[in-house]
Write a protein that binds this ligand. Structure first.
Ligand code: 13P
Ligand code: SF4
Length: 321
């Protein structure tokens, strides 16, 4: 509508004026993803977001996603101003893994290699040997497993269990979960399969093992978008945040995409899974962040923490390169 058009026009102007670029995650609203694409920014998974921000020449990054993504950008490029539509966009995995408790957990397993998911605070990353995202977690753990050292994995227990099963690595798991993916239900998915017998099932590995077991493809957001293109099926049932449908449908306009059901939703789920924190990213908030910056929008990471967290983050980026 008219108001949205005005915000979009003003944001475009501000991006230029402030030498800023918009970096958005696949779970943000379609209008934000479209704007990022249109203005030379990126729409991506967490690994690609980190890489893009790290390599782009803009002096300001505006990160539409959740806080750990903004923090990662700041850790990698401290010379840049990193803004977010709102600093209240949390993540249940990050919230469920406080740095002090995590440090005690690590101290209790001193001979372990510490691997943390990107969905953590800067302080938790600072305690880690490796940071991984879902698109590279398997390869990195396989690599570490060949060194025969046991591994601490935090915070997502479902992703951890999936990797443990796939690699056979010796892992101690922190018991965190994503409030969105944890809700997918194998029972409800079984029922839905009867309605769409020819559909392939695409699952993000933050989902429970019973759901992952039913998958034809398991992977990060960008890997699921690729799978949608590669799999021959005309219909796809997708177990991840519904924000992904914008890009996925663009890539496979001829296919029918169906949201996987959450517990209790029955066989015909509509708009079930959407991260409440991703949903906080709006056009108005982006405009305000660019216009005013300041403590409501700007990411700061303590220098000592930053320098420590940079090491495992760079390990991941170098491994991925
Ligand atoms: P990826 O985009 O790396 O798959 O991460 C999913 C996620 O939950 C981010 O919040
Ligand atoms: Fe965190 Fe889950 Fe939201 Fe991703 S979808 S930001 S893992 S709560």
């Amino acid at each position: 509508d008219e108001e949205k058009k005005q915000h979009v026009a003003r944001i475009k102007q501000l991006l230029e004026e402030k030498d800023a670029v918009l970096v958005a995650h696949y779970y943000t609203d379609p209008e934000i993803q479209a704007l990022a694409e249109e203005t030379g920014g990126c729409v991506a998974d967490s690994l690609e977001m980190a890489r893009f921000g790290n390599q782009h020449s803009a002096s300001t990054l505006i990160v539409a996603g959740v806080r750990f993504m903004g923090e990662t950008a700041k850790i990698l490029t401290p010379e840049k101003t990193v803004l977010m539509p709102t600093l209240n966009a949390e993540c249940s995995l990050d919230l469920g893994c406080p740095a002090d408790e995590f440090t005690a957990f690590c101290d209790a397993h001193p001979d372990h290699t510490v691997v943390v998911y990107a969905n953590t605070s800067a302080a938790v990353k600072a305690r880690a040997d490796w940071v991984v995202t879902s698109s590279i977690a398997l390869e990195i753990v396989e690599h570490l497993d060949s060194q025969d050292k046991p591994i601490i994995w935090a915070p997502d227990r479902h992703l951890g269990a999936y990797i443990e099963k796939e690699t056979g690595a010796d892992m101690v798991l922190w018991q965190g979960e994503c409030v969105v993916h944890d809700e997918f239900s194998a029972q409800a998915l079984e029922k839905m399969k009867h309605l769409y017998p020819d559909a392939a099932i695409l699952v993000h590995p933050e989902s429970p093992a019973s759901v992952v077991k039913m998958a034809d493809a398991v992977g990060s957001t960008s890997q699921l978008i690729k799978a949608a293109q590669t799999l021959p099926n005309e219909k796809l049932i997708v177990a991840t945040d519904k924000g992904i449908f914008y890009k996925m449908q663009q890539m496979v306009p001829e296919k029918e995409l169906v949201e996987a059901p959450t517990a209790g939703a029955g066989a015909t789920c509509r708009s079930c899974a959407h991260c409440p924190w991703m949903a906080m990213n709006g056009l108005k908030a982006i405009e305000n962040a660019l216009e005013n910056g300041g403590e409501e929008h700007e990411i700061h990471v303590d220098d000592t923490v930053r320098e420590k967290a940079l090491i495992p983050l760079n390990r991941m980026l170098n491994f991925a390169a």
